[in-house]
Design a binder for this molecule. Structure first.
Ligand code: HEC
Ligand code: HEC
Ligand code: HEC
Ligand code: HEC
Ligand code: HEC
Ligand code: HEC
Ligand code: HEC
Ligand code: HEC
Ligand code: HEC
Ligand code: HEC
Length: 415
């Protein structure tokens, strides 16, 4: 109803104004029925911020406030902002993008001359012809795309950490205080924005069951986890002490990544040096190697191969765990209970999303029923946010909100 009224008003306005240049309109009629979106409402009466005298709406004016960068450098055509973003249609419309806008290009993607395709040529519907999800392995120019159903894809988790899910999810796992049944949330808790899971952290998730003891004479002590030089300094200090000093307070969240400056060049007695060496031999051949690849070639101290646990698996899509919290984790992460090595990729393929995310009946662009949304923009962005860098706009507060007789003369020094 309200929408109809607005649309009728809008049509009337259009009819009234037909033939007049946008500029005249913009300057003469400050009609409140022109229903500006809420995102722009703060300067909705400053028509000249979007309407250029004598030329109507000009995209260059939009770009003074936000770049709206393209999503790929290879696209053959650059559609105007207005082909996707509609103004004067009330609140919802500015950013409600019809699926056709995406499919218009993706039904038959056209690339700039001389560029090679990286992605599927034809995608018109998530449930019909959308390709299987792919992993992006490696980085920069050397990125290799491997679909989840390609051979080898399910064993391509490149983390250097050693970790069997299977052993840890057994019902008879030994914890420090007896048998425990771990669940996913003992190690994976969502980030505060509800999207990805927070990173794994040794101190929080492993230490209680895998403490880093190093010498029977110091049964209650553990070496600090992390930097090998810092660990070395710690051992030198510990073995030089008599009697043993109290355990330093455990590192809170972060760990010390730099050695204590005064300790590294210390000269120690041969007996201390020997005990340090023995402790390190044990740590680097038994303790650390339980979870890490250790390269002993680096003298005098070995190198722990950076675990590099992947954070983002599908860089070309957006995903959020929050709207899926009604599902059990293993509904999407199938096979996790049987997974014996970290190399296993436990991510869901497209067939796990399609039962819910499927075509819906529409009222115009508004989905009304059928399932979870299957519009391209549910899972994808259009703009490449990495290119959206200019956050220092050209305006003063007064220029935007108007009033006080201030004329709007934005500086022309901005690009
Ligand atoms: C945030 C930018 C913005 C502001 C501010 C704005 N407009 Fe617009 N206006 C547009 C865009 C964009 C269009 C093109 C229609 C569309 O979005 O499809 C338009 C179209 C129009 C049209 C239809 C004719 C044409 O030029 O296409 C009229 C009339 C109009 N605006 C009047 C106004 C008036 C009056 C004001 C000030 C009260 C105003 N506008 C403020 C963005 C703006
Ligand atoms: C004077 C500055 C200014 C101008 C000019 C301007 N915008 Fe905006 N726009 C904003 C601000 C501020 C917001 C709200 C904050 C945000 O989401 O970035 C916004 C939000 C938006 C959004 C997101 C809306 C949403 O609901 O998420 C779109 C899309 C948009 N503008 C498109 C345009 C287009 C297209 C034009 C040109 C016709 C334009 N803007 C002109 C300042 C401007
Ligand atoms: C092919 C359709 C399309 C075109 C053309 C397009 N946009 Fe968008 N825009 C989107 C979609 C989809 C979103 C929401 C998802 C996203 O942010 O990528 C969006 C979001 C935005 C937003 C809000 C989010 C943000 O990044 O702050 C702004 C502002 C915006 N667009 C401005 C522009 C401007 C300015 C232009 C013209 C230079 C433009 N857009 C051209 C599809 C488009
Ligand atoms: C003007 C044509 C055009 C429009 C409109 C368009 N795309 Fe694209 N898109 C391309 C091209 C070209 C590529 C790169 C294909 C390649 O390199 O093989 C691409 C790549 C992509 C990719 C994969 C790469 C990446 O950047 O993540 C996704 C996802 C995507 N588009 C989603 C969308 C969505 C969602 C929309 C609608 C909001 C949309 N596209 C609108 C032309 C377009
Ligand atoms: C004792 C801690 C622990 C528990 C409990 C645990 N995980 Fe993990 N999980 C990890 C670690 C460490 C990694 C990183 C190593 C890797 O990439 O396999 C990981 C990685 C993952 C990954 C991404 C890596 C991939 O290969 O797909 C998924 C998905 C995952 N876990 C799901 C689960 C689910 C679902 C549960 C519960 C059924 C669970 N995990 C329980 C420690 C745990
Ligand atoms: C509740 C206790 C508990 C937690 C928490 C725990 N583990 Fe374990 N883990 C065990 C037990 C018990 C075993 C089997 C005995 C053993 O090998 O030490 C084991 C075995 C392992 C093994 C296999 C060693 C082998 O010989 O194959 C690795 C690797 C491992 N854990 C890594 C981790 C990592 C990494 C974390 C933290 C993300 C972690 N564990 C958290 C109890 C735990
Ligand atoms: C029970 C498994 C486990 C054992 C045993 C273990 N680590 Fe780790 N280590 C992890 C996990 C999990 C990570 C990744 C998460 C983190 O940084 O806490 C990690 C990360 C690291 C990193 C990388 C830190 C960074 O900031 O990227 C270093 C270095 C490291 N460990 C050294 C060691 C050393 C030295 C030992 C032996 C004294 C050791 N670890 C023993 C599980 C273990
Ligand atoms: C329910 C979520 C979802 C919906 C809806 C969806 N996609 Fe995707 N799409 C994904 C995921 C996840 C990937 C894998 C991302 C990656 O490779 O990093 C993907 C990959 C892609 C790619 C890369 C293709 C390739 O060759 O690997 C393109 C292009 C794309 N989608 C376009 C679209 C278009 C166009 C639509 C609408 C018709 C759409 N998507 C709808 C989730 C979705
Ligand atoms: C609707 C399907 C779905 C459900 C349910 C689900 N996940 Fe995921 N999960 C995904 C997808 C898709 C990704 C890949 C996102 C990305 O990185 O691009 C992912 C990524 C992950 C990752 C690795 C990347 C990261 O965010 O650290 C972990 C760990 C993970 N999920 C754990 C869980 C746990 C624990 C649960 C249950 C609380 C769960 N997931 C429930 C679909 C799901
Ligand atoms: C059991 C049904 C179900 C399954 C299976 C499912 N989803 Fe969803 N998804 C939903 C619902 C419900 C919403 C919320 C819809 C809404 O808010 O309108 C949602 C929302 C989303 C969103 C929007 C997140 C946001 O930021 O609000 C994305 C992206 C998404 N799903 C991706 C996926 C992917 C990828 C898969 C497969 C790995 C998947 N979903 C599997 C039901 C499902």
């Amino acid at each position: 109803m309200a929408k109809d009224v607005i649309q009728t008003g809008w049509l009337l306005l259009l009819l009234l104004c037909a033939g007049l240049p946008g500029a005249v309109i913009a300057q003469e009629s400050k009609d409140p029925t022109v229903s500006i979106s809420s995102a722009h409402a703060v300067f909705g009466q400053q028509c000249e911020l979007c309407h250029e005298p004598l030329r109507g709406v000009n995209e260059r004016l939009c770009i003074r406030c936000h770049a709206g960068p393209l999503h790929t450098t290879t696209q053959a055509v650059t559609p105007p902002c207005g082909s996707c973003h509609t103004e004067h249609q009330g609140n919802a419309r500015l950013a409600l993008i019809s699926n056709d806008r995406c499919v218009g290009c993706h039904a038959d993607v056209r690339l700039k001359a001389g560029t090679q395709p990286t992605f599927a040529r034809t995608i018109t519907d998530f449930t019909k012809d959308h390709p299987q999800f792919a992993l992006s392995l490696g980085n920069g120019k050397n990125t290799r795309r491997l679909r989840l159903d390609d051979p080898g894809a399910r064993q391509s988790d490149r983390t250097a950490l050693i970790f069997p899910h299977e052993r840890h999810l057994r019902a008879d796992l030994k914890g420090p205080k007896g048998i425990v049944q771990l669940t996913c949330k003992d190690c994976h808790v969502p980030e505060r924005d509800g999207k990805a899971m927070a990173p794994i952290d040794y101190e929080t998730h492993c230490q209680q069951c895998h403490p880093l003891g190093f010498d029977p004479q110091f049964p209650d002590r553990v070496v600090p986890h992390g930097d090998v030089l810092y660990l070395h300094s710690y051992l030198v200090m510990t073995f030089s002490e008599k009697p043993p000093a109290p355990q330093p307070t455990p590192q809170p969240m972060g760990r010390v990544t730099r050695p204590l400056p005064s300790v590294a060049p210390i000269t120690v007695s041969p007996s201390v040096a020997q005990r340090v060496a023995a402790a390190e031999r044990y740590l680097y051949s038994v303790t650390c190697t339980k979870c890490h690849l250790v390269e002993a070639t680096q003298r005098p101290l070995p190198r722990i191969v950076e675990p590099g646990i992947p954070r983002v698996w599908f860089p070309h899509a957006q995903f959020a765990h929050r709207p899926h919290r009604m599902l059990e984790c293993a509904a999407c992460h199938e096979g996790v209970r049987e997974s014996k090595k970290a190399a296993d990729v436990l991510l869901p393929g497209i067939q796990m999303c399609q039962p819910c995310h499927r075509a819906v009946r529409r009222d115009g662009v508004v989905p009304v029923q059928g399932g979870a949304p299957a519009d391209c923009v549910t899972c994808h962005l259009y703009h490449n946010k990495a290119e959206d860098v200019e956050w220092n706009g050209p305006f003063s507060i007064q220029q935007l909100v108007g009033g006080g007789g201030t004329s709007v003369t934005p500086s022309t020094t901005q690009p």
